[in-house]
Design a protein around this ligand. Sequence first.
Ligand code: F0G
Length: 361
Amino acid sequence: MPLLRPEGAWRGVVEEYRAYLSLPAGAPAISLREGNTPLVPALRAGRGADLYFKIEGQNPTGSFKDRGMAVAVSGALAEDARFLVCASTGNTSAAAAAYAARAGLPALLAVPAGDGAVARGKLAQALAFGARLVLVHGNFDQALAAVRALAALRPDAALVNSVNPLRLEGQKTGAFELIEQLGQAPDWLCIPVGNAGNISAYWRGFCEYRQAGRCRGVPRLIGAQAAGAAPLVSGTFVDNPQTLASAIRIGRPASAHLAQAAVAEADGRFVAVEDAEILAAYRFLARQEGIFCEPASAAALAGFWAARAAGWIGDGQRVVCVLTGNGLKDPERAVAESDPPMEAEATAEALARTLPPELRI
Ligand code: F0G
């Protein structure tokens, strides 16, 4: 039997985009076939704009981090790293754990301790992939400072946070795909911002594709931060960031300078969205669009709605919201935001009585 490898099958971001990535020559391709995620048109959320969702939750570990991790871990192997280390609000650690397993390297993951600091699904992933998971007494910013200090002491460690340039190299492939999927850049990109790596990576990707003649324009950027963790909106770091969107509960974004430069060049905006707006977008996406993302991702839609209301985004403009992570990452939030299930005897009559009144006969 021949191996099943249909012509044109997607090979993952390292092999698909190697010519655009600054990877060491001869670096292996560590891949779980990440990338190539769907771009889904909005049916009801667009409010008069031409809105699409980039569904990054369909990556192998359920978030956009897989793009950057594939490239960072490929680079780490090329440089003979003996272990991976990162701090995380959960998704980076899930991706690091998976790609570490794939590469045959140990991974040390530092995540904030405390109730709700990291969503359950993300913890489960790190554990399932066999990584060393450490609950750090402190918030994400403090955990990141600690792993940076550790990496400085240990030349055999690969630090795979987005301060590693290869992470942004991988994540810029999301911008490449958008241009390929739309045939051109959108007018606007709305994206949640925490540590500020991803918005910087997208901007780099758009600019590089324009430079390469793959698109003519680049989008304007809306960087959405949770109101309780919005240093890029206020212009000052936040010591005790607070939001239910735990993925972006970050007060000292490591790539603040890159993100500020990107938003300035893009003639864009940072916008703060309240937790209530994030939850409204989260529920709308699931119930009105059929898309289950995690709360931090819904901040992109909340940011889009805020930008529409403020008149920044005009009628009919083409907009992409990057939905960064899968809703299954945070099952506790999903249950908390929903009606409880009903119970019934196992009969047709009993089940029929559970229908809503307008469907009963
Ligand atoms: N959305 C999700 C689902 C995230 O997990 C993150 C960041 C972001 C958005 C923001 O991206 O940090 O590049 O601005 N999560 C990191 C982590 C911090 O550790 O998983 P960013």
